[in-house]
Design a protein. Sequence first.
Length: 280
Amino acid sequence: SLSTIVQVHPIQLTREEDSREAFYASLRVHPWMGCLFDSVPGAYFFVKDREGRFMDASESFAKIMGEVTVNELLGKTDFDYAPDFLAEAFVADDRRVMDGGSPIYNRIELVPFADGGLNWLCTSKVPLSNHEGRIIGLAGVTRVIQDSDKLYGDHPEMSRIVEFVKHHFRKKISVADMAAYAGISLSSQERLFKRIFGLSPLMYLRRTRLYAACRLLRETTIRIGLVAAQCGFSDQGKLSRAFRDELNITPMKYRRRYGGEVGRRSDARENRIAFPTISS
């Protein structure tokens, strides 16, 4: 409940502070914070418990995660929506906030959206305490980084590259194509990506494709070879290598572990293809 946002500490309150605490304590439980953020374009709100499960969110946040309503989001974690290499980074930040009690402000994160692309978001997270002062979760606010943001202010070419990758990663594009689209040299592109995002242009492109592949493996029965082709990998071997390097798992094992019934059906299909029935 969003009422947990109010922190009551065992300290002497001033008259004004006491009035504020009494006011919030009297409020009917209602997702008012989420409603407010739904009115702000490009901004999203979420709440998690100590186990990393989503306890509340704005409708807009639920939609970028691929859900129709907030209720469908509740109880799920980052691992239900993002490949391990991204979810583990989100969880590590969550643990720092909840274990140390220290907020995180304006962290630049690479976040998957329901459309299969990766977007750069600016995220802040604060710990939530109960009436005894014990941290029981966190609240977060995240927003899409716009061209007008300082991140892109001095280097608008980075915004063009991000959009280019988002719309063309399924095709046979290279880091040279990315640089050419933005009108900068390969060396300049490399330096900018390392300084602004902390990773190389090649890794950014690879992770965009990898996330799209993870989504197809979890949600469809498409053969792994076709998954590779649809996500921009030149062949199935390149896809498998990316999975081993980033997730320490093969695409087939990933599908079995995270695909549920979809994974079992596709597994049987792959086996039929690998070992066709021979008629006598």
